[in-house]
Design a protein around this ligand. Structure first.
Ligand SMILES: [Cu+2]
Length: 115
């Protein structure tokens, strides 16, 4: 009985990794995740999969949780971009919601700092 369990666990782990790779996750971003930059004019996230443009979302919030982006998200292949006005110094949070072409949804947040 114990032996059978030991064999099953790696098989399950491998299965879930294969599944996760089919979803759209953040590959990198501009500004880079956690970076300190001079005021950017836009924020772009580069995902690991092609995005479904109608349902994917990208927002930028200031330290008070106020949305500061221009709500003009453009999706192109596996990346999406939103414009921002000239941002004052401070820490901002980028929130992305990605819907891959296989309809699977993923989401995440990351900070960047404007100096
Ligand atoms: Cu998927």
């Amino acid at each position: 009985m114990k032996m059978r369990r030991l064999i099953l666990i790696p098989a399950l782990a491998f299965g879930s990794i294969a599944l996760a790779q089919a979803h759209a996750f953040l590959d990198h971003a501009d500004p880079r995740v956690g970076s300190t930059v001079t005021a950017p004019r836009q924020v772009t996230v580069f995902m690991t999969e092609e995005l479904e443009g109608a349902f994917s979302k990208l927002q930028v919030f200031d330290a008070n949780g106020v949305e500061v982006d221009k709500k003009d998200v453009k999706v192109s292949g596996s990346s999406m971009t939103v414009s921002v006005p000239k941002l004052s110094a401070g820490t901002y949070k980028v929130a992305w919601k990605a819907v891959a072409t296989d309809t699977h949804k993923t989401s995440g947040t990351f900070p960047f700092t404007v100096q």
